[in-house]
Ligand binder design. Structure first.
Ligand code: FAD
Length: 457
């Protein structure tokens, strides 16, 4: 039986990143992957969705070309070509990961792993069962779409995020069950492709975990693009009547939607396949860990979607690095600066605490919001829908959180992340020089306005 310093189960952004970091720091590493390298993020998540969102953005630009004085007389698109391009992007990135594993001399076991005890893993490969041993184990098995038991759902054809990115025809009508990040990103793709999209959300607002101003702003703009949003609405059942009938209830009133396609996107549940022989402590459905990613079993770590929390690819990667740090004898410091991005039209990007979280944590906070409507670059680009908001501790101005809404704000949040990570203040942000004309100047304006010395606001 082969022996390693570290064995990792799951080759998503949590597992493969941990494997490379550990190998670079001198550990012998085995990586066990039952599906495709890159996990959900690369194969069924971040990358497929962002590739198709780019296609949607190009289509939107063509449709809006008239407002820039450009006449496009005719255009067409092929969903088949779009999916082909998405597949090429995924393949290119997957072979990049394969190359990195080879380069770093990581032993890849292709097959589902079962963790037998704190040191032994058996892998079901094409060539039969293989066993390996390791001094430390990282569980990085990720998650899959959660499908709730709604009466009649099993009688209709529905998509989850696992299947929608391989769709062969553009539906005329799509009902999206769940107005979270995944549901709304997919709503934007299909709205741009010409599908009539209706989103049903049980909470009082879409993306309920995000800043209320951001989620309300987004809902308003999605509705202006023709996406219908039902909030405070519960789906009570489905009927198959040749077409799909979606039955729902809003404030005691019964409603029905008729559609040719349904996407269920109400959250994700952890992949626990191969973990049933393990006696780690659980936190509800997720594996319980401390801030060094240790489970209750010595030598076993868990990271990524399997432990719940943010359920983001970069969080999984960061947690993988924290686990490797700890295996190498370092103690990690808790970092609150986790950026969160929603790639809708407009985008939302945020970092640190929301205003409500900061107040709950005992801070006296002051926040300031600056609209993009007065920003030169945003006006020149015709992309003025959005705002930037700084949430800071009132007395010393420490930046606790930043929320951005607008085109391309996901590319700008890292600047705010640096401030939250380094415990920077509004005064320090205001003393920086921002390039002109950029949309990021709104961050400077927001800091200046927070200090009550704004130039344009
Ligand atoms: P995963 O990526 O799920 O990888 C786990 C891997 O483990 C899988 O490859 C699986 O095959 C393997 N595995 C499971 N059990 C076993 C076993 N017993 N043996 C061997 N292998 C096993 N996050 C972002 O940060 N940005 C985004 O834009 C974003 N967009 C998303 C869009 C969609 C539609 C979805 C669904 C998710 C998106 N996410 C995004 C979330 C992101 O994909 C996940 O947070 C991330 O993939 C979690 O990484 P992970 O390594 O924990 O698990």
């Amino acid at each position: 039986m082969k022996n390693f310093d570290l064995a990792i189960v799951g080759g998503g952004p949590g597992g493969y990143v941990a494997a490379i970091r550990a190998a670079k720091l001198g550990l012998s590493v085995a990586l066990v992957e039952g599906g495709d390298l890159g996990g959900t993020c690369l194969n069924r998540g971040c990358i497929p969705s962002k590739t198709l969102l780019k296609h949607a953005e190009v289509l939107n630009q063509i449709k809006e070309a008239g407002s820039y004085g450009i006449t496009v007389n005719d255009f067409s698109f092929s969903i088949k070509e779009m999916i082909n391009r998405k597949n090429k992007v995924v393949k290119q990135l997957r072979s990049g990961i394969q190359g990195l594993l080879r380069q770093n001399k990581i032993t890849l076991y292709q097959g589902y792993g079962t963790v037998k005890d704190d040191k032994t893993i058996s892998v079901a490969t094409d060539k039969g069962e293989k066993n390996l041993q390791a001094k430390n184990v990282i569980l990085a098995t990720g998650s899959k779409p959660f499908v709730p038991s709604i009466p009649g759902l099993d009688k209709v054809t529905y998509h989850t995020s696992d299947t929608i990115f391989d769709i062969e025809e553009v539906p005329n009508h799509l009902v999206i069950v769940g107005g979270g990040v995944i549901g709304l990103e997919i709503a934007c793709v299909f709205n741009s492709l010409g599908t009539e999209v209706e989103v049903v959300e049980m909470s009082e607002r879409v993306i309920p975990a995000e800043d209320p101003d951001a989620s309300q702003f987004l809902a308003k703009h999605l509705m202006a693009k023709g996406i219908k949003i039902y909030t405070d609405t519960k789906i009570t059942g489905f009927n198959n009547a040749g077409h799909t009938v979606v039955k729902m209830e809003k404030e005691g009133k019964k409603l029905e939607l008729v559609t040719d396609s349904v996407l269920v996107s109400v959250g994700r549940e952890p992949n626990v396949i191969g973990l049933d022989e393990l006696s780690v402590e659980w936190n509800g459905r997720f594996v319980k860990v401390d801030h060094n990613m240790r489970t209750s079993v010595n030598g076993i770590y868990a990271i990524g979607d399997l432990i719940g929390g943010y359920q983001l690819a970069h969080a999984a990667s960061e947690e993988g690095i924290l686990a490797v740090n700890h295996i190498l004898g370092n103690i990690n410091k808790k970092d609150i600066a986790m950026p969160r991005c929603v790639y809708t039209f407009p985008e939302i990007a945020s970092v640190g605490m929301t205003e409500a979280e900061a107040k709950e944590a005992g801070y006296k906070v002051k926040s300031h919001k600056v609209e993009l409507a007065g920003n030169g670059k945003a006006i020149a680009s015709g992309e003025t829908n959005g705002f930037m908001k700084i949430i800071a501790e009132e007395k010393y101005g420490e930046i606790l959180g930043v929320v951005m809404v607008g085109a391309h704000v996901t590319e700008m949040i890292s600047q705010a992340t640096s401030f939250v990570h380094l415990e920077g203040t509004v005064e320090e942000m205001e003393s920086m020089t921002f390039p002109h004309p950029t949309v990021s100047e709104a961050l400077f304006e927001s800091a200046a306005a927070w200090l009550e010395k704004g130039i344009h606001y």
